[in-house]
Structures are given as C-alpha cells and as structure tokens.
Design a binder for this molecule. Structure first.
Ligand SMILES: *Cc1c(COP(=O)(O)O)cnc(C)c1O
Ligand code: SF4
Length: 285
C-alpha cells in the first residue's frame, strides 16, 4: 500500500467508504478473485516487441519507463505486470528507441509506466534527447497520475524540461473523483498547461468510487475548471484481485445515458473497454 500524504489528506477522515480511501485500501475481497480475472487482462505482454515497449495500436507506442508509481491503486490493470523485466529502465532504452527509429509509422510516443514523472528530470531529459533525432515522431504523450496525487513533483525543473520539448505535447492525467482535485492540484495543472501541453483526463469506472452520474458530472466540471478535458472512462479491466470494483452492466448504461443527457459533448468522457488483441479501445454503446 502506498499513498502520498497530500492525497490522504483529501480523504474524509473516519469514513471507511470514502471514495479516495477505497481506491488505495486493500480489501479482503482481493483474495477471492474469480477465475475470469486475469494477471494480464489487456494482453500487454504479447504486444511487447522489446522490453519496455508496448506496440499494440497503430501509429503510437507506449514506453514503460519505470515500474514505480506515486500511489498504488488497487484496481490497476498493471498490478501484476512484471515491471522488473519489462520496463525500459537504464540502458534498455536503447533497444526501445532503436525499435521506434526503425518504424516510420510510429508518430507518437507515450511515456507510461508505472508513472514516468517519478523518474528524475535528468533521466527524462536523457530519454527525450534520444528521441529527438527521430523525425517521424511528431507527438509526445505522458500518461501520469503524479499531478493529481503528488503535485509537488511538478516543479520548476520539470516544467522547463517540458517547455523545451520539440513535439506536440499531451499530458493525460488520471483522476476518478472530484475530491482528488483541489486548488493546489489546479495550480500545478495550470503550470503544465502553460508549458504548452494539452491536458486530458482518464478515469476508471469503479464501484463505490464514482459509479453514479452525479459524481462523474462533478468530476468533469472540476476538471474543466482547471483546464482539463475528459478523455476516456475505462471500464474495469478484469485483473486478478479487482473484482470488487465491478459495476453492473445495467448501471453502466444508465450512468452513461445520464452523462449524455446532462453534459455538453466536450465534458463527456469516452466510455471504452480494453480488449486483448483488438486494434483500438472498444467504445461502449
Ligand atoms: C491506451 C493505449 C494506447 C493509447 O491509445 P489511445 O486510444 O491513442 O489513447 C497506446 N498503447 C497502449 C498499449 C494502450 O493501452
Ligand atoms: S497510478 Fe496508474 S499505473 Fe500506477 S497503480 Fe495507479 S492506475 Fe496503476
């Protein structure tokens, strides 16, 4: 279990059902995992041509820069991912970068993990310097929960690295509940935006956390207050130990219908399901 203090402070103390607590608190139910909940539910391992690289979708590759995260989310689809073998840490970047260089179809590199922003800025900068000579890469994307759970990491050094990157830049953060975002987080998000990045958010639909339309509407509104647009609403990946977060299909349909009724189109996250072997994330309804 790993939770930054600032994230814990946003929980309602004394409330065992707090939606922020529920995301990080081990639950005895994790030990009774149904057999259809797998260790690699999204098929990342077969899609890994090099250690540290997942090339599952056309035109973009995901670079597993580190196995470390700032918070341990109980529902994480990578909770059993063999990071020690499969991250592109240290000198392994060389092979991953050589793969990207050989494939002119790769237009976008996604720094993922774990959480890439847990790497020291000088290591990030060493990595992006190696990517810079590859002319077919046009966009750099960063998938990170750090701005939400450990906003102090968004410091001056990191921002100046970001500002100087030569690509189109996207940062996809990960928040599931409006209370994860407060003024301090909002200030750091604004700083990221000022560095020239477009900000999007992805959430996971989780029972007991955000499985009702009102919560998701408030989340979208709060994100928009801070200049972030919703991107994906992931249905839970059937990863071993996370079955207690499952939302019933009927509820999913009702929630999404309600979002569509109440929100302008740009504040509706795209509901998607990851399917091993599919060419894209499958839109729901
Ligand atoms: C989600 C994902 C991407 C990015 O997909 P987009 O639809 O472009 O957001 C890329 N690679 C992998 C392995 C992914 O899981
Ligand atoms: S921050 Fe993301 S990758 Fe890390 S444990 Fe949470 S969901 Fe998984």
């Amino acid at each position: 279990m790993l939770v930054p203090q600032r994230f814990a402070q946003r929980m309602r103390h004394g409330d065992p059902d707090d939606p922020l607590l529920r995301q990080v608190m081990p639950d005895a139910a994790e030990n009774n995992s149904p057999p259809e909940f797998l260790k690699d539910p999204v098929g990342d391992l077969p899609a890994s041509p090099q250690p540290g690289l997942v090339h599952k979708y056309q035109g973009r590759v995901l670079l597993v820069t580190t196995g470390a995260c700032a918070v341990h989310c109980r529902y994480c689809f990578r909770r059993h991912f063999p990071y020690a073998d499969e991250n592109a840490g240290r000198d392994r970047w060389r092979n991953a970068i050589a793969y990207i260089r050989r494939q002119p179809g790769i237009r976008e590199v996604i720094l993922s993990g774990g959480d890439p922003l847990l790497l020291a800025t000088r290591r990030l900068s060493r990595l992006t310097r190696q990517l810079e000579p590859i002319a077919h890469v046009r966009t750099l994307r960063i998938h990170t929960r750090v701005p939400i759970v450990l906003e102090s990491r968004i410091n001056r050094n990191l921002l100046s690295w970001l500002r100087e990157l030569p690509w189109r830049k996207l940062i996809v953060v990960h928040a599931n509940h409006e209370r994860e975002l407060d003024e301090r987080v909002g200030g750091r998000l604004a700083a990221l935006r000022d560095s020239g990045a477009i900000l999007l958010n992805q959430s996971v639909l989780l029972r007991g956390v955000n499985d009702n339309a009102d919560t998701l509407i408030r989340l979208s509104e709060r994100l928009f207050d801070y200049g972030v647009l919703p991107y994906y609403l992931h249905l839970l990946d059937p990863v071993e130990g996370a079955a207690h977060f499952t939302v019933a299909n009927e509820n999913i349909r009702n929630i999404i219908h309600e979002l569509r009724v109440q929100l302008p189109g740009y504040l509706i996250p795209r509901p998607v399901r990851e399917k091993a072997g599919a060419a894209y994330k499958i839109p729901l309804i």
